[in-house]
Design a protein around this ligand. Structure first.
Ligand code: THG
Length: 266
């Protein structure tokens, strides 16, 4: 089944930032319980927006969230030191978000990840920047899988993020990432493909219909998880319907459950 990573606990969101600044645990607890109830498989935690406070904010968020959810956490930071502090605090096997091929990040993250029991999001990013073609994405994914396998991380524990880019500035960006996902899955059928979606619609109006259509195309290409808002019923309905159409919903049971609950509508 498709895995939804709930994206809402991110201090780039105004209300979350306010709650974190005030140490308002009630707001955070209610939000994560809603995300879990809506079907999130993981809760992404990103404390990056209050400059100079990331480590302490991350620790406070983990202390606040961990006792009230049964699902594991996705620890979201570009800073290896923040990730180390966060990994040391979690009880359930976490998903680490993320490693990339950027030299400094790669070289500090690899020794730390060696032999660890965790899931890892690997961004197809290197020091030359965002990938420029589907072959670029595939080549970077190949290096990431080989390197992570080499330090004892199983392919099944790797989530490749091909990096979705805006279609508004270059109309080939959708096809570029879809081709890349098919290429990566042809090479590594057991690797997971993950991503944020909102970048595809950046700069355009009516973004949600773009994100929703794109996620079903990505699912067809082989994406099996995404960092999204699980409280968005329409995108969740598209994902459940996609799972059913791709043969991942025995007897259409989850689809029918969603219809009975009133969350899946035509
Ligand atoms: N890949 C990986 N990790 C990621 C991303 C990715 N982590 C961060 C991000 N992208 C995904 N998380 C979010 C969290 C919140 C929002 C978007 C992505 C969000 N955006 C509102 C918007 O775009 O309208 C902001 C509005 C607000 O302030 O509330 O909420 O791609 N590996």
């Amino acid at each position: 089944m498709f895995e939804v990573i709930g994206e809402r606990i991110n201090t780039s969101r105004k209300k979350v930032q306010e709650a974190v600044a005030k140490r308002d645990a009630g707001y955070i607890i209610e939000d994560v319980q809603k995300q879990q109830g809506a079907g999130a498989a993981y809760i992404d935690v990103n404390a990056g927006a209050r400059i100079g406070h990331e480590t302490e904010d991350m620790k406070w968020l983990l202390d606040t969230i961990q006792p009230v959810v049964t699902i594991p956490l996705t620890l979201d930071s570009p800073d290896p030191l923040v990730l180390e502090a966060a990994v040391a605090m979690v009880e359930k096997t976490p998903m680490i978000n993320s490693i990339s091929l950027e030299k400094e990040r790669f070289e500090t993250m690899m020794p730390f990840l060696a032999g660890k029991d965790c899931k890892i999001i690997a961004l197809c990013m290197d020091d030359s920047g965002m990938p420029k073609s589907s072959d670029d994405i595939i080549e970077r994914a190949d290096i990431l899988v080989k390197e992570l396998n080499h330090i004892g991380i199983a392919t099944e524990a790797i989530y490749i993020d091909p990096l979705v880019q805006p279609i508004s500035t270059d109309s080939s960006k959708g096809v570029m990432v879809l081709d890349a996902v098919r290429g990566i899955k042809a090479m590594y059928p057991r690797v997971h493909i993950i991503g944020g979606l909102s970048n595809i619609s950046y700069g355009l109006p009516q973004r949600k219909i773009i994100n929703r259509t794109f996620i079903t195309l990505m699912m067809g290409a082989g994406m099996d998880s995404a960092i999204i808002d699980p409280l968005d019923e329409k995108i969740m309905a598209a994902i459940k319907t996609g799972d059913m159409l791709l043969g991942r919903d025995d007897f259409c049971a989850n689809f029918l459950k969603g219809v009975r609950a009133g969350t899946i509508l035509s």
